[in-house]
Every structure is written in structure tokens, then in C-alpha cells.
Design a binder for this molecule. Structure first.
Ligand code: ADP
Ligand code: MG
Length: 260
């Protein structure tokens, strides 16, 4: 059975300010979706709300993961169900190595499934981590570095992708920032998604620019405008945006408001 993340009529905001105004979206395991839209339209808000960021309030609608409503669950509970969010701005933790961080994350999930679990044996974990680093063409020394401490933008993305590879979530949300990744970081993320995307992983790539979609081919593209998904289509929709920008959607939305 394929896992499915279903967002239905979602309204959410922060400090009493409404940002999401009726989002509908379905992402299944094994599918790559792109969420695009102008700056300030609510894309990062959706990512945060999906993962359960405590600053945001859901006022209406549902987020279902295999039929379970996530809205009342904490971020760690959502993660244990198989949801993953790559941070836009990952936090540095000097003193904690990438390997120890990932092992702790893997163990936390194992313990959630079996409270008596003694943790993954270190040799087994090392073997898995090496396998994932080889898959992603990462130097093994990377695992020994302190998490995000002094990392370049590209290395931070690498750490996020390695986390994705190691935790093996069912659905991953990658927020690719409005400021735009440098081209190295972009290639790392794209290569990671292409390498890891398979029948067992669904991905929602959030992006302002169409650039990353030169490297990752989405099955479906959704466009968000003012807190709502106003258009969806195949990969060709991203190409149309590249050529025509977002103005035609804004014009159409304004016409619809005028007609209403
Ligand atoms: P996007 O990712 O599409 O650029 P965001 O979700 O970051 O859009 O922002 C949508 C709107 O919500 C913007 O107007 C932004 O200023 C506002 N917003 C987002 N996060 C916060 C926050 N933590 N506090 C106040 N306003 C916020
Ligand atoms: Mg954003």
C-alpha cells in the first residue's frame, strides 16, 4: 500500500494572520511534486504547517497521512510516521558529529516502533551510513564533521540529503528557499532527489525558481498564489512559468475576484 499525504481545505496562519487560504494537495509515495509560486505566497508556511511547526496555527481543514490527521500531532510524531522536512536554514550543532546525529535520529525512530529497542548496533549503522554516502557520492569524512558547523550552503544541503537518505521517510518536503541556492547546492539537492526518488519515496520540492526543475523532473507541478493552489499541471507548467512568469496567474486571479 502506498502512503499518501493529503491536504484538504487547509487554512493556517501565524499570530492571527491568515496565510494559507484553502490549500488542497495530494502527494503519494513514489511521486515527485513541485510547489511553485511568487515570494511571500505561503510556500514555506505550508512546509512548516505540514511538519507541525509550533508557531503556526491551523484554523480549518485537514492534513492526513495515510488517513491519520496530523494536525494534533507534534513534529517528532509526524517524523516517526514517515514525514520529513528539509530545513531551509539548518541549525549548526558544534560538538555533534553528522554520524552521531543521524544515529540518534535512527534510534529515536526505532524506539518509537519498539520501546525495548536497544538502538542500532554501531557497526551496522556505520555500514548503512557508508552505503548512503557512496550512493550520494559523498566523502566518508563528512560523517565525522560537526553538524552544519562552518558548512557551506552546499554542504548543508548535503547534510539534509544524507539525513533524508538515512531516515528513509515516506514523504519528504524540501523547501528550496527564495533567495535561491547557488548552483552547486542546487545540483546536490537535485542529484539527491533523483538518486533517492523511488517507489518508496514521495517528494514535494518547493521552489520559487524553475531552475531546479531543469535537473529534477516532477510528475506534477502546483502553483501557489496568495495562500492557495491556483493551478496544477505536468512538468510543462514549470516551463510555461519560466517563459511567462507569474503575472498571467495574478491577472487571472484579479479577473476572478472582479467577476465574483
Ligand atoms: P514563501 O515561502 O512563498 O515566500 P512564506 O510562507 O515564507 O512565503 O510567507 C508567506 C507570508 O507569511 C508572507 O507575507 C510572510 O511575511 C508571512 N510570514 C511567514 N512566516 C511568518 C512569521 N514567522 N511571522 C510573521 N509573518 C510570517
Ligand atoms: Mg519560502
Amino acid at each position: 500500500m502506498k502512503s499518501v499525504l493529503e491536504v484538504r481545505g487547509l487554512y493556517a496562519g501565524i499570530d492571527g494572520r491568515e496565510i494559507l487560504r484553502g490549500v488542497d494537495l495530494v502527494v503519494r509515495q513514489g511521486e515527485i511534486h513541485a510547489l511553485m509560486g511568487p515570494n511571500g505566497t505561503g510556500k514555506s508556511t505550508l512546509a512548516n504547517v505540514l511538519m507541525g511547526h509550533p508557531s503556526y496555527q491551523v484554523t480549518q481543514g485537514e492534513i492526513l497521512f495515510d488517513g491519520v490527521n496530523l494536525v494534533e500531532l507534534q513534529a517528532d510524531e509526524r517524523a516517526r510516521l514517515g514525514l520529513f522536512l528539509a530545513f531551509q536554514y539548518p541549525v549548526a550543532i558544534p560538538g555533534l558529529s553528522v554520524a552521531n546525529f543521524l544515529r540518534a535520529a535512527v534510534n529515536s525512530r526505532r524506539r518509537a516502533q519498539d520501546p525495548d529497542d536497544k538502538g542500532i548496533p554501531v557497526p551496522e549503522f556505520r555500514r548503512i551510513l557508508k552505503e548512503k554516502m557512496d550512493l550520494l557520492q559523498m566523502p566518508h569524512e563528512f560523517a565525522g564533521r560537526y553538524l552544519n558547523d562552518g558548512f557551506s550552503g552546499g554542504e548543508k544541503k548535503r547534510a539534509e540529503i544524507l539525513q533524508l537518505a538515512t531516515l528513509e521517510p515516506k514523504i519528504a518536503v524540501l523547501d528550496e528557499t527564495d533567495s535561491g541556492l547557488d548552483i552547486d547546492a542546487l545540483r546536490i539537492v537535485a542529484h539527491g532527489v533523483n538518486t533517492l526518488a523511488n517507489e518508496a519515496l514521495g517528494v514535494l520540492v518547493i521552489t520559487h525558481y524553475q531552475r531546479i526543475l531543469n535537473y529534477v523532473k516532477p510528475h506534477r507541478v502546483h502553483i501557489m498564489l496568495a495562500g492557495r493552489i491556483v493551478e496544477a499541471g505536468g512538468a510543462e507548467l514549470a516551463e510555461h512559468l519560466e517563459e511567462h512568469g507569474y503575472d498571467w496567474l495574478r491577472d487571472r486571479a484579479a479577473e476572478q475576484v472582479a467577476e465574483a
